[in-house]
Design a protein. Structure first.
Length: 203
């Protein structure tokens, strides 16, 4: 499968039926998801591997990982309605994903790779911290999406280092957010996000 084809497939998946602002539920755009997944795939971190998508939402990253040959994918999500949509999306894509309705803090399965798009922290500062904590606990390799802001980059660098991980900023790409909450002023917002690879440092 080519990256362009993957992007098209993921773009067609259904989004959140009732997005919740407190959970920062923005659908991961197909082009951003495919960019992150393709990088992970290129470096041998998806095909034949056990993957976890923490905060899967409607399943975009989880489904993409399975399409790229992941051995098994755990998709963790606290919102039951989002999981219902994610299950439908997986069915449409013809892939088998194990969806787990729980808070990410409850997930305790060791995996090869975590691939996730955690909350950006726009509504609650460092909302991505519990996701990073869990990712660093269950995997040695983590791919994640974060706001491309100096204060976020500083936090990422410091926090990952304290947790024994090396943070590598792979790419900065535009992330499209359509107006879906009362506080949105633009019909479509494009915000820059950083795609990260985190690797556990040798002891």
């Amino acid at each position: 499968m080519k990256k362009r084809h993957l992007s098209m497939l993921l773009s067609r998946l259904e989004g959140f039926p009732e997005p919740k602002p407190e959970l920062e539920q923005y659908r991961t755009p197909g082009n951003v998801a495919s960019e992150l997944l393709w990088l992970a795939h290129s470096w041998g971190h998806i095909a034949g591997k056990v993957i976890a998508d923490l905060g899967t939402g409607t399943g975009v990253l989880a489904i993409g990982a399975k399409l790229l040959g992941a051995k098994k994918v755990y998709a963790v999500e606290i919102d039951e309605k989002a999981i219902e949509v994610a299950r439908k999306n997986a069915g449409k894509a013809g892939v088998n994903v194990e969806f787990l309705h729980m808070d990410v803090s409850e997930f305790d399965v060791k995996v090869d790779t975590v691939i996730m798009n955690p909350p950006f922290g726009s509504q609650r500062k460092h909302a991505d911290r519990p996701f990073l904590l869990k990712a660093f606990e269950v995997a040695d390799v983590v791919y994640s999406i974060h706001l491309a802001k100096p204060e976020v980059r500083n936090f990422i660098e410091k926090f990952s280092g304290e947790m024994g991980f090396r943070a590598v900023k792979l790419k900065t790409v535009p992330f499209e957010i359509p107006a879906q909450f009362h506080f949105h002023r633009k019909r479509l917002e494009r915000i820059p996000v950083d795609l990260y690879l985190f690797e556990r440092c040798a002891p």
